[in-house]
Design a protein around this ligand. Sequence first.
Ligand SMILES: [Zn+2]
Length: 287
Amino acid sequence: MPELPEVESLAAFLRTHATGHCVVRADAASFSVLKTFDPPLTSLAGQVITGVGRHGKFLDISTDQGLHLIIHLARAGWLRWREDLPSTPPKPGKSPLAFRLALDDGSGFDLTEQGTHKRLAVYLVRDPADVPGVATLGPDPLAADFTSDTLASLLSGRKMQVKGVLRDQRIIAGIGNAYSDEVLHAAKMSPFKIAASMTPDDVAVLLDAIRSTLTEAVGRSEGLAAADLKGEKKSGLRVHGRTGQACPVCGDTIREVSFADSALQYCPTCQTNGKPLADRRLSRLLK
Ligand SMILES: [Zn+2]
């Protein structure tokens, strides 16, 4: 799933390639992809793209008429830029092609989604805050005003495991399952540490890990074509998705434990004093 660094890089890529161009047409493969009906998608035709931004994991393409095309790629969605875009609109059915936007120079992009769970979402709105997932976003961790005070107030009094806090878009915007594993590994912190129990030193270490992990990931993908971002994300991860491999810091074996609807990966030596975390889902099943 694309998270803050990949969406940031996609935004930068589109800013370079799409800004200043006029939309020829925009088509969704189905009603389930397009979450809004007013203004209609057809109204995009003739509008000039004036900027591309990001809200958490949402892409925001703005036009000279004040509209915003907001895209959430979800778990299995991706954006494919094409210099030579086919002129046929996407068709409903089993194809991964979910959305197509054509520009005046023949270029444009496709949004694709693999798998059967269709979660990719497109919104055409007058104000980004009209998108419910954008309106409820917490602060952006790469914003200049996201300080240790900001993070301390987000953690304070929260009887939640830090892994859950980092992933919750309503608390902090843009970090998902992969980068929360990476941040906690960089911070040498247990994913099960309770947010409310953190000392000012813990908060400082965590903030530093959030900033360095995300900034490095954005840096690695800077200037990459949209097509290359996915591979770059995978190869840059140190613990996430690497169960059974050696920790690049200490050489211990990276372990996995279930968390919420999926799993998390961590290094016992770096993060939990060498002790494996108990898999609560498994122990519940065994009872
Ligand atoms: Zn380690």
